[in-house]
Each structure stands twice: as C-alpha cells, then as structure tokens.
Design a protein around this ligand. Structure first.
Ligand code: HDD
Length: 757
C-alpha cells in the first residue's frame, strides 16, 4: 500500500534536489507534475474568455510545471502583440529618425510598453504588506450545525478557500522571520457568499478600540524621519507607545514569547480574536471565539536562528509553504470554536467577551473542532492572487454575525475603505481571486475597473422596466438577516466599560503558563528589544509595566539592561495558569521535517544511502550536504548532493546527521598539519570551518545532532560533548536516526537552553 506521507517527502526531496541553497535562491530544473491548480472563481459573465492572454505557463520556483500546456513557455499565442492585439515586428528598438537620430514620439509601442511598466506596482497594504498565500479546501464536520445554520459548516460540505499569511509591520520586500505578529486570513468561497475570517496567530490585540489603530501602527512602523528600522518592534517609538498604553501589554508579551518567531506558517495557531455570534436554524444565538489548530503542532524558531535566517533566506516562510504544498505535504488545520452563552452581559467566568485584549483559557472553555482546512495548491501568479486578494471582516454569511466589540466595529469600516485605494476603486470584488462562488445580482454599477457589461435599464428598486427584478430573499430563501439583538438604552459617550481597565491579570496568566525555557526566551526578547531603545525613560517605564506582570520577569530584564528594578504599582492578583498556552511538553508528527546529512564525501557512503532512504520512509526530507555540488559514489549508483558547504547553513535543517565529515579531501582543510596517528586532532584540523559553524549553531539552537563513524571527533572539533543532551553518536546511521527522530518529536532539545541571563 502506498504511503502518502512518504510519497510527499520524496516529492519534496526531488523538488529540492537541484535547487541551490538558501544563499542562492535560483530556480532549479523542472520536476514531477503537481496537482492541477483550480481557478477559485470562474469569471462572471459577460467577460469573454481571453485564450491569447492566459496566464503564462511558467514553471514554478522549484522547477515544477504549473500544470499548463508545456508548449506555452511564456505567453500563449504565436505572435507578440500590443495590448490591442496588433502584431508586432520589433520590440527591442524604439522608432527613430535614422539609426543615430532622435526617438519619435509617434512610437505607440514604446509608449504603451513603458507606460504599462510605470504603473505595474500598486500601493502595498498599509499593514500586513508582506505575505504568502495558498489555495485549499475546507471540509465541515457538521459539529457546528447545532449552533449555526452556515451551510458550509454542515457535515461533509467541501468549500474552496484561499489563505494569506503575513507579517504585520514590514513592507512587501521585508524578511519573513522577524519578531512580529503573523496574519492568518482565510477566504471561504461558500455557496452563500464569501466569508472572510481575518485573524492572527496571536489571540489578543494591542488595542480595545479601533480608533487607536493608527497610533499603534505609527508607533510600530519605522521612524518617520529616517524610515528605520524595517520590520522591527525593537525601537523607541514602539516601546514608548506600549509602555504608555498598557492595554497593549498582553499582545506585546505574546510577541516577546516564541509565538513572535514561528518556525513555519504551517506550524502556527490562528485566532479570530473577537467574539463572534453564531445563529442556528431556530434563530438561537451562541457567542464563539474561532481557533485554527495546526496538525503539525505549534513550533517556533529561536531568536538567533530567526535573525540568521533573515539574512540567509529572507523568504524562508514563503519558500517553506510553497515547497511543502508543491511536494504534496499539504498543511492542515482544524477549525475549532469556544462557545459561550449569549447573555446580555457577554461575560464568561468573569472575562469580558467584548474585550479583544483578553482570552478565555481553553481549560475553562474547550476548543471544539468543527472542520478541517487543507492547503493543496500554490498560487499561479503572486500579483493576481496573493497581492490582489482583499479580505474584509464584514464579508459574512448567514449563520455568522458580529458582536459589539469596538475593535471589530472599526475593522468593519477599515477593510472596505482600504481596498478602494489599494485596488483602485470599488470594483475589487470582480478581480478573479475576490469573486464569490455564489451568484451575484447586485445593483452596484460603473466605477473604476468595471469588468461586467450589465444588461437592462433598471439598476434600481422598485422598478417595473426590468420586471421588478431582482426580488428580495427572506429567512427561508437564504437572506443574511442580522440578529435582532437588544441595544440597551444609553447615553452617547466616548468611554469604555470598567472591565476594559484590567491590563495585567491576563499577561500574568500568560507568563505563569510558560515553562522555564519559554520564560527565558521572553526575558531574552525583552532584554534585546529594550536594549535597542535609546531613551532610558522608555526602558524604565516599560520595566514598571513588567513589574506589574511579574517581579522575576522585571528583575531579570532590568539586570540585563543594567537598570534599577522598580516596584509594582498594581496588586499582583493570583491567576490560574493555562497549560494550553505553552508550546512545550508534547510529541508531534514529523512530516516534512528537514534532516541535513553532512558528509565529507568519503567514508561510509552505503550508510549515507541507507539513512537517506530511512529519512524518506519516515516522511521527512533528507538533504545531503557535501564539500561541493554534484554527486557522491559511483555513476551507476550515485547519491545526489543537495547542498554544498558554500550554500548550506544550519537554519535550513531541523536536525543534523554527521556521516564521515572529514573524508578523503580532508587534507585541503589542513589535516597535514596534525600529528600522525592523532585522529581527533586530524579531524579537528580537517573539518571545514563551515561545518563547525553549522554544528555550533545547530547546537546552540537546540537542534538534535546525530552521527556515526567519526562523528565524535568532529563533534569534539566543534567543542560539542558527545554526551551532551540531544547529541547521539551510534554504531550506524540507522541507529543514530532512530534516536534523532525521537528527539525531533519534541521539536527541540529543550534541556540545552541555559538561563538567558
Ligand atoms: Fe487588520 C489587514 C488582522 C485589527 C485595518 N488585518 C489585515 C490582515 C490581517 C489582519 C490578517 C491582512 C489581510 C490580508 O492578508 O490581506 N487586523 C487583524 C486582526 C485585528 C486587526 C486579527 C484585530 C483583532 N486591522 C485591525 C484594525 C484596523 C485594521 C483595528 C483598523 C481600524 N487591517 C486593516 C487594514 C488592512 C488590514 C488597513 C490592511 C490591508 C487590508 O486591510 O486589506 O484595513
């Protein structure tokens, strides 16, 4: 019986085979076929098909065909034409009065080509500018049918989706692995219209009222004078704002935790943040919070690894998502809901459900799974799909309604508004990636980029000239009807409820739910970020905030900054920790994890071959790293080298296996200078410094390291004790891999992290 995980790992290994390492990022050669990419939305009539302007049938970045006709290499059709379809005989030379004469203004082709190019860019998103996306499918379990009538959540209903992940602060070309919140926005093309769940990987937000959004974003974005730093929160204006505006403390604490530097988009939770209101077929309402739970578990980088990655492979998350999908290792998340009775107070166990800076711990409101998301196709064209997709929390379907969370209210305005600038007018819903799969029969007309050629003369109601059409739907014919919730009699005020004033109990809950190593990472993150600020007043004010969360946290960060430890200014009320908030302590699937097999090129090649196969059999991806590119072993049975010492860097691998590192070419690295017979000195002198760097980084970053043959001498050369936690030297490659695999199930060798300060 075929094993789909193994097959996916094999495909990923094939895809990565000839792709140079992260330092190069150059496309490789074509590989095996990928599943066809379904266009999520059919063009709505009367748009005629334009076969001669179809998507260019390119190969994908890792060299996989996109599924289009292999004859079409760039542009369909035999002849190059103008945008108006006139055939061209020349496109490289402007029209001139003689070969050395002036260029003529009448050269229409020159002007069209340059003008179009001049307008190729659109404004980047004001936040979440940097992102990566994928197509997929959502399968409802039917378990939500008791609480919502939303058709797509019924049992076994399959709904096409498009998901865009993003960072928040950086601009379009910024690096992926910065410390930041990640966006997790999902467009469900349901039969009843589009539903957008526009969430983040952090369940709380910096502000409780949308009117503060420009403030937090101005504080987080680069300083307006020099426009630095890019995609960072480690600067004065961010901490100035957060330390003064203490409702931001909870979100900032999550950012300083490992959640701020995810290992992969595939390994992040997602949260709808606000409380939403579901309504079932009987009209009964339930308050809910939405959660995405990744099948691969929630995992993070460590800070130094993330920083190195920013330089070595700034597209790390984008590449990781695309490679996995291309290989058929489809990432999956379960959608879940926490449910709460829809009482007039909208509180649950003392927690205000309208306050987006608060969570409800899973221990008191378990997350109940209601469906499965699978991402199974990469976009064909980044601009057309990932850049032009337009999400909006106001895109709702019957069965899902909003609450009076004041942050959500502002968002319901902002997203529609921003698209009008970003996508140049009100017709962005007609862009293919934004088109609904439900029939559209609106009376919206004209405007920039109107693609439809509407018929009829009566885009108004009531009318008699179009037969009174279209008619209005009712509850029984699928109309979206807002839940008629009571609005209490009240005075108009610019005020928040008193419950919104508690800014510290939940940060304390988060801190107390962390394990020791997670706390060390948080302390190190605050020490780094505040250490990058210039203003002492900002640092001292933020230390006062930390004192109100936890004295130990405050003291450790203050010590790192060399500043006095302030006293708390609020009562440190006891809290009940929520173990579900910790990322540690569980064992996870290893699908698609990347194992570097490092060899000097000589030694036990049969062992390398066997361990490579064993890694594949376990559904993981082996990458053979050797001094230079090409292949190892005889031509009849070669082992392909995927990374040379020049292109490999530790950040690409989840674990390393050492297989005969010095090898026969060892003399090149100075082995001749070592004393004859002293094997350890020979290995130390002979081991390529790039391998030593790779090992010491992997060790510092808590990655499992295994090996056989001369692995212990190489480890010694790198200064790593062979009996250190998470280091295994075994008799054979297979035995080393077995133990390495067990270590990897915990993601990292957590015992290796020494106290941060
Ligand atoms: Fe927002 C984009 C998530 C509050 C205004 N937001 C944006 C995206 C995500 C979020 C994931 C990127 C969507 C994409 O991939 O295209 N935003 C959130 C979450 C929030 C939140 C989870 C709080 C719970 N946002 C928020 C507020 C406002 C905005 C309070 C304004 C009042 N957000 C925007 C925006 C963006 C946006 C300016 C920029 C690009 C876009 O909408 O399409 O309208």
């Amino acid at each position: 019986k075929s094993n789909p995980i193994k097959a996916a790992a094999e495909k990923l290994a094939d895809a990565l085979r000839d792709v140079p390492g992260p330092a190069d990022g150059i496309p490789g050669k074509p590989g095996p076929e990928t599943p066809p990419v379904d266009e999520p939305t059919e063009p709505r009539g009367p748009l005629p098909p334009k076969p001669d302007q179809g998507s260019p049938a390119t190969v994908s970045p890792t060299g996989q065909p996109t599924g289009a006709d292999p004859g079409d290499v760039a542009q369909a059709g035999s002849y190059l034409t103008t945008a108006q379809g006139t055939r061209l005989y020349e496109t490289d030379k402007s029209l001139k009065a003689g070969p050395r004469g002036p260029v003529l203004l009448q050269d229409h082709h020159l002007r069209e080509k340059i003008t179009h190019f001049d307008h190729e860019r659109i404004p980047e998103r004001v936040v979440h500018a940097r992102g990566a996306a994928a197509h997929g499918v959502f399968h409802g379990y039917g378990t939500a049918s008791q609480v919502t009538k939303a058709a797509f959540l019924a049992k076994d209903v399959a709904t096409p989706v498009f998901v865009r992940f993003s960072t928040v602060l950086g601009s379009r070309g910024s690096a992926d692995t910065v410390r930041d919140t990640r966006g997790f926005a999902t467009k469900f093309y349901t039969t009843e219209g589009v539903w957008d769940l526009v969430g983040n990987n952090i369940p709380v937000f910096f502000i409780q009222d949308a009117i503060k959004f420009p403030d937090i974003i101005h504080a987080g974005k680069p300083h307006p004078d020099r426009e630095i730093p890019q995609a960072q929160s480690a600067h004065d204006t961010f901490w100035d704002f957060v330390s003064l505006h203490t409702e931001a403390v909870h979100h900032a604490l999550w950012n300083m935790s490992d959640r701020g530097i995810p290992r992969s988009y595939r390994m992040m939770e997602g949260f709808g943040v606000h409380t939403f209101r579901l309504v079932n077929a009987e009209g009964k309402t339930t308050l809910v919070k939405f959660h995405w739970k990744p099948k691969l578990g929630v995992h993070s980088m460590v800070w130094e690894e993330a920083q190195i990655t920013n330089g070595v492979d700034p597209d790390f998350h984008r590449r990781d998502l695309a490679d996995a999908i291309e290989a058929g290792a489809y990432p999956q998340w379960e959608l879940g809901i926490q449910t709460f009775p829809d009482t007039p107070e909208q509180m649950y166990e003392g927690i205000d459900l309208l306050d987006p800076t608060k969570i409800v711990p899973e221990e008191i409101a378990p997350v109940q799974p209601i469906g499965l998301l699978t991402l199974n196709a990469n976009p064909t064209n980044f601009f057309a799909e990932t850049e032009q997709v337009a999400f909006h929390p106001g895109h709702l379907v019957p069965g899902i309604d909003i609450t009076d969370d004041p942050l959500l209210a502002g968002r319901l305005f902002s997203y529609l508004d921003t698209q009008i600038t970003r996508l140049a007018g009100p017709n962005f819903g007609q862009i293919p990636i934004n088109r609904t799969h439900a029939p559209v029969n609106d009376m919206l007309r004209d405007g920039f980029h109107q693609d439809a050629v509407h018929r009829g003369v009566a885009p108004y109601r009531p009318n008699s000239l179009d037969g009174g059409c279209p008619f209005l739907a009712g509850a029984d014919t699928g109309a979206y009807i807002e839940v008629p919730v009571e609005v209490p009699a009240a005075r108009k005020v610019r005020e928040s409820p008193a419950t919104f004033e508690d800014h510290f109990s939940q940060p304390r809950l988060f801190w107390q739910s962390m394990t020791d190593v997670e706390r060390e990472h948080i302390i190190a993150a605050y020490t780094f970020e505040l250490g990058k600020c210039y203003e002492n007043a900002v640092k001292e004010r933020q230390l006062k905030v930390l004192a109100n969360i936890d004295p130990e946290l405050c003291e450790q960060v203050a010590t790192g900054l060399g500043l006095p430890v302030p006293e708390p200014t609020v009562e440190l009320t006891p809290v009940q920790p929520s173990p579900a908030l910790s990322q540690l302590g569980q064992s996870w699937p290893l699908d698609g994890r990347i194992i570097g097999i490092v060899t000097g090129g000589g030694g036990d090649l049969d062992g390398v071959r066997a361990v490579r196969q064993a890694v594949l059999d376990a559904g993981m991806v082996p990458l053979v790293v050797a001094p230079s590119g090409g292949q190892l072993g005889p031509d009849a049975d070669p082992i392909t080298i995927q990374r040379s010492f020049a292109t490999a860097r530790s950040i690409e691998f989840d674990a390393l296996l050492l297989a005969g590192v010095p090898g026969p070419g060892a003399d090149a690295y100075g082995a001749r200078d070592a004393k004859a017979g002293d094997e350890s000195a020979r290995a130390a002198a002979a081991t390529d410094p790039r391998v030593l760097l790779m090992l010491s980084e992997a060790y510092r970053h808590g990655k499992a390291i295994g090996g056989w043959a001369d692995a212990d001498t190489v480890l010694a050369a790198a200064g790593i004790p062979a009996d250190a936690p998470g280091v295994v030297v075994a008799e054979s490659g297979d035995a080393a891999l077995d133990r390495l695999t067990e270590l990897l199930r915990n993601h990292r060798v957590w015992e290796r992290f020494a106290p941060a300060i």
